[in-house]
Design a protein around this ligand. Sequence first.
Ligand SMILES: [Zn+2]
Ligand SMILES: [Zn+2]
Length: 81
Amino acid sequence: MRHSAKSKPLAVCTICRALIDPKQRVNQRCGQTVHGRRCAGTFRSDLSYVWDPCRGCEATGFLGSLPCVDCGGYGWRLFGG
Ligand SMILES: [Zn+2]
Ligand SMILES: [Zn+2]
């Protein structure tokens, strides 16, 4: 099965740096749980972020039929993050 490369994530959490989920929107509160508490960050898009395509999955988010562990299935990572 062949997966095509994903487009870059639109936003990232201001606190935990989670990448935005397709079900979430920019400026929406982050839904990640960090140390048992809901993260207080919001998703912001920032053009200064540099995205790096995941080398493990070549930005497809998949390794074979499984989501890529390196990038959490997003296909992209924050450069330096
Ligand atoms: Zn967060
Ligand atoms: Zn990956």
